[in-house]
Ligand binder design. Structure first.
Ligand code: GNR
Ligand code: NI
Length: 156
């Protein structure tokens, strides 16, 4: 009844591969044009050793934030959908989420550090929100102008 069937699992496995290839630490299905509430994350490399073989994938189906800390944390964020742009974003330092795992089981998880930031960044994608939406209007418009210019260049 959870709806996490083999086609969803295949899609998430594809997403994970795309994310590792990019490379990125998170990916939401909408970033590859699929409007489903699916997220894959692996922050192992950034927080772990240099060993490229360290993998710790997390699969989130329909994740929801159920609680956030008052404490905030600042990380420099980037996004595969906004290439070559990075900016510091302040978010709750710790989050609690509820989601279905890869097997369709309902789970809850507490996260902090880069994982907490990444989870929030990915859940924002599900809701049409990008990290540049948290920047000052000046900074956001500067980025959007650059992308509009690149899009025009693409058109010629
Ligand atoms: O690869 C990514 N790095 C990253 C760094 C800080 C905060 C969030 C992220 S997610 C990003 C990949 C991406 O765009 N996921 O949606
Ligand atoms: Ni992103």
């Amino acid at each position: 009844m959870s709806g996490v069937d083999s086609s969803i699992r295949m899609l998430m496995d594809d997403m994970l591969e795309t994310m590792y290839d990019a490379p990125g630490i998170g990916l939401a299905a909408i970033q590859i044009g699929i409007p489903k509430r699916l997220v894959v994350i692996d922050v192992a490399k950034r927080e772990g050793e240099e060993d490229d073989e360290v993998k710790d994938p997390i699969f989130l189906v329909n994740p929801e934030i159920i609680r956030v800390s008052d404490e905030k944390a600042v990380y420099e964020e980037g996004c595969l959908s906004i290439p070559d742009y990075y900016a510091e974003v302040e978010r709750p330092a710790r989050v609690w989420i509820r989601y279905l795992d890869r097997a369709g089981a309902m789970k809850e998880m507490e996260a902090d550090g880069l994982l907490a930031t990444c989870i929030q960044h990915e859940i924002d994608h599900l809701n049409g929100v990008l990290f540049i939406d948290y920047l000052s209007r000046l900074k956001r418009e500067r980025v959007m102008k650059r992308f509009a210019k690149e899009a025009r260049r693409y058109g010629d």
